[in-house]
Ligand binder design. Sequence first.
Ligand code: SAM
Length: 246
Amino acid sequence: AAALTLVPTPIGNLEDITLRAIRVLGEVDTILCEDTRTSGRLLQHLDIKKPQLAYHLHNEHQQVPRLLERLAKGERMALVSDAGTPGISDPGFLLVRECLARGLAVECLPGPTAFVPALLKSGFGAERFSFEGFLPVKKGRQTRLLELARETRTLIFYESPHRIVKTLGQLAEVFGPERPASVSRELTKLFEETLTAPLGELAAALGARPAIKGEIVLVVKGAEHERTERSKYVSRADEADEPADT
Ligand code: SAM
């Protein structure tokens, strides 16, 4: 059995937890929690009583050496975050890296994460996509957006409800207001909704609401391939001069 197991937990609907996740949570010695109160409620719901330890962005550097010592002695631990898959825009990376560096086995269970349903509900291409997580809040934001403007893969962002309208406006400016996008709010919850429209329209529609609440995933269709775009404007004769794809 692995020393450390990453265990995905529901992103809203409590039914979204696997049988295996429940079994592992019941078997490990200790459960590392991003927030012991939030995870405590889930564990209570699952009727699992296990020692919990706080492991979050603000204490992970302190915690890792102690945890490694305990794991090396044979203790088994599960890591959970507040919602979804640990390590996806959530703490986890540091502990995983250090475990692997010491030859401690790490396992990650498949399970809920917010970006997959948002990507599929957008109806944009899911063959190739780029998960961008949270955009930089201030410094580096514009640079990142400019870098992504020509990206042809579908783009996925996590965004907070109080910034979404501003972000849609910025994206409309950099990517163009006609670029199709999709906002998924409160996935798997009672008031789940997905709005799909060009960036400009989405910014206007959400901007007209008195307030936006809940958790949000923003999906943006990739830029058209340059070749397709060019072929709209370039005559057949010009295209014939281009070397064939190999
Ligand atoms: N570890 C999580 C995962 O696997 O998706 C992500 C954690 S990150 C701190 C929280 C962000 O995930 C939210 O701001 C939102 O962008 C997205 N998110 C989480 N749950 C969601 C839900 N039910 N509906 C829409 N977005 C959600």
